[in-house]
Design a protein around this ligand. Structure first.
Ligand SMILES: CSC[C@@H](O)[C@@H](O)C(=O)COP(=O)(O)O
Ligand SMILES: [Zn+2]
Length: 208
C-alpha cells in the first residue's frame, strides 16, 4: 500500500499544476491529464473528464503501475497507460504532464507522417533536464492520434526505450506528453516546449 502523506503531496502538486496550465491556456475544456509518482508501485493521477483548472483533492486518484485503480471507484484518466509506461521505463521520473495547447496541436499537424520534430540551435533547449548546450538536437516524435491507448502506450514504450534521453512527444492533432524528475522539472519542460513550438511555427510563417 502507499503512504497517505506521499499521496497528499503528489495530489497537491497535480492540483497546482492544473491551475497553472489551465491559466496558460494549455489545458482547455477538460482536456489534459497529469500524474505524480507516489512510490515505485503507485501513481497519483487525474480522474477522467475533470476540469483541469478547478481540480480539488477528489479529482486525483491512485493507480498502480498497470494503470489499475487502488482504493478508488473513480475512473482514472482515459490515457493512464501513457503515464504508467513512462514511470515503468524511467525509475527517476516523478511527474508526467499531458497538455492540449493550440501550438502543440497545430504544429503536430504540420509535421510529415513518420517524421519527428527536430529542435536544434535553440539556447532554450537547455531547459530540458540533461541538456547542456544548444548544439544537440531535441527529437520530438509525432505519433498518430488514436483512441487505442494500449497501442499508443506500446508505441511510446518502443520509441523511448530506444531514445531514453528525449524529453517528450506529440500526438498528431492532440497534444504533448512530457515528464521530469519533479513536478517543477516537468512544468519547466512544458514551458520550454511551448516556447520552442511557437518559435517553430513563427519560423514557418515567416518563411512561407
Ligand atoms: C476533452 S477531449 C480530451 C480527451 O479526449 C483526452 O485527450 C484528454 O486529454 C483528457 O482525458 P481524461 O480522460 O480526462 O484524462
Ligand atoms: Zn489528451
Amino acid at each position: 500500500m502507499f503512504e497517505v502523506t506521499r499521496y497528499a503531496t503528489a495530489a497537491q502538486s497535480i492540483v497546482e499544476a492544473g491551475r497553472l496550465l489551465y491559466e496558460r491556456g494549455w489545458s482547455p475544456a477538460t482536456s489534459s491529464n497529469y500524474s505524480a509518482r507516489i512510490d515505485s508501485n503507485h501513481v497519483a493521477i487525474t480522474v477522467s473528464g475533470r476540469h483541469k483548472g478547478q481540480l480539488g483533492a477528489g479529482d486525483v486518484m491512485v493507480v498502480d503501475m498497470e494503470g489499475l485503480p487502488v482504493q478508488s471507484n473513480a475512473k482514472a484518466s482515459a490515457e493512464t497507460l501513457l503515464h504508467t509506461v513512462v514511470y515503468q521505463l524511467f525509475p527517476d521520473v516523478g511527474a508526467v504532464l499531458h497538455t492540449h495547447s493550440v501550438k502543440a496541436t497545430v504544429l503536430s499537424r504540420l509535421i510529415a507522417p513518420g517524421a519527428a520534430l527536430e529542435l536544434e540551435d535553440y539556447e532554450l533547449q537547455k531547459a530540458f533536464s540533461g541538456v547542456a548546450t544548444h548544439e544537440g538536437v531535441v527529437s520530438v516524435p509525432v505519433f498518430d492520434n488514436t483512441q487505442d491507448i494500449p497501442a499508443l502506450a506500446a508505441q511510446s514504450r518502443d520509441w523511448f526505450s530506444a531514445h531514453p534521453e528525449q524529453p517528450g512527444y506529440l500526438i498528431r492533432g492532440h497534444g504533448l506528453y512530457t515528464w521530469g524528475a519533479t513536478m517543477a522539472d516537468c512544468l519547466r519542460h512544458i514551458e520550454a516546449f511551448e516556447f520552442l513550438f511557437e518559435c517553430e511555427l513563427e519560423t514557418m510563417r515567416v518563411r512561407s
